[in-house]
Every structure is written in C-alpha cells, then in structure tokens.
Ligand binder design. Sequence first.
Ligand SMILES: [Cu+2]
Length: 275
Amino acid sequence: MELLNAIFGRAVSFTANAPHPMAPDMSLWQRMLPPEDISENGHLIDWLFSYTTYLNIFFFTLVCIGLFGFSYLYWYKRHPKAEYTYGNKKTHIIVATVIGVAVFFGIDMNITRMSNNDFMNVFAKWPTAEEEVERVEVLAQQWMWNFRYAGKDGVFNTDDDVLTMNDLRVPVGKKVLFQVTSKDVIHSFFIPNARRKVDAIPGRITRMWVTFTKDGKWEIACAEMCGTFHYRMAAKLTTYQPEEYANWLAEAEERALIENDPERAEMYWGWKWEY
Ligand SMILES: [Cu+2]
C-alpha cells in the first residue's frame, strides 16, 4: 500500500466494493451482470454470450493445467536432459491437424451456426407491410437522439408528426420497428435491456425491430465512438402497457397539432416510410 501511494503520489484505495455512483444499491457482482432483459428475444443473445464465456473458461482452465502441469513435470530438476522435438513426425502432424479441425468445426462453426440460426429465424424476420407494428424513425446526431412518430395521419415527415428528443416511448407486447439514420457521423442505436443495437449511418437507413415484454424506465446509449461528447449521448426509454401507450400517443398527437410549426424547415428531417 505504501509503495502504491508512493508511485501514484497520493493515497490509493481499492474501491471495488464501494457504492457505484450510478447504481449505489448494486453489489459488485450485480454490476458485472448484464442489465435486465426486457425483450422477447434478448435471451438468445444472452445464451450465446454465456455459452462462449463458459466454453472459454473451460478451455482456459484446460490450457492452464497443461501449461503449469507440464512445467512442473518437466522442470530441470526432474528432467535434467532436454529433449528436442520439432513436431514434424507423421503422428504429430496428424494429431495436431485432427485437433485443429475438430475445434474449428465443433466449436467455431457451431457458434457460427447457432448465431446464424438466431439471425435467420428471429432477428431477420422483418415485419411485413400488413403486420401491425409500431413504427419509429430515429435520427442520431452529435450528441443526441431524435425520434419521430407518424402522428394522426399515419404518414411520416408531415406536419402532424410527434417529435421527441432523447425520449423514446414504446408499447410492450408488440413489434416495434425502428428505421435509423444519422445526421453527421456514424452512431449506434443501442438498447442494452433488449440486447439489440444497429448502426446509424449518414446517407443510409438501417432498421431494427424489438418486442418489449416489460414496462418501465430504461436507457438508450450510443455504442459507436462518435466524438467528444459520445458518452453523453443517452436517451430515456419508457415502455408502457398498450393502454397507457395509447393514452400517451393520443395526447402527444394532440399536442403535436398545436405545437408543431409547419414553417420550420428543420422539422422535416424524417422520410417516407418504405418496407
Ligand atoms: Cu453517437
């Protein structure tokens, strides 16, 4: 401790277990866990994440046992005469190839297969034009999030759109489809509680859909280093039960009719929604 204090020139203390400024009531262990999953399909991502983590821990342990085990078995006092092997005997080559190929197909390609299945069977199942979904346009900019709802006429980029800033509200139990773009640099629209994110790219519209399962207040972050105040690029996410959502939307639509100034050119940053 004295040494550390000397190195850093000030009193050093280990604060791993001290209350976290953002989450004072959470233990260190709780802070290391992913945030609560509030989406229908977040568990698929969590499962892959746990699977790769535990597999890594298993093989890491195996490698450590081998490394330290053989170091112990063959250290110079037990084994004074070194023996050289170049690994070029036929059996060496066969064993190394078989292990390599088995790991590649058994583990790497297996993880690829599972994530590809999730993607094709779930995340890439885009809602069709007929399907009833909630639609939101998202415009990222340095350093905030703009959201747009179609408003009473159901058409985007018109006078009656509902516009919010850093404040996204969605219903639970229904697909919410986002179309996302950026005004300036690349950002990434990230909803940690749903395990989903999509890049916001200037000049291009990307999309993402989520079905939320739990109402409450959550956070949205930018997951792409986008400049000086990247860290401030957060938005509130409120998930409502369908009824409450309908109430909020109806009220917001009424307000939009009064508050929107159709003469303001900046209001029309949206686009015509196309599938
Ligand atoms: Cu950003």
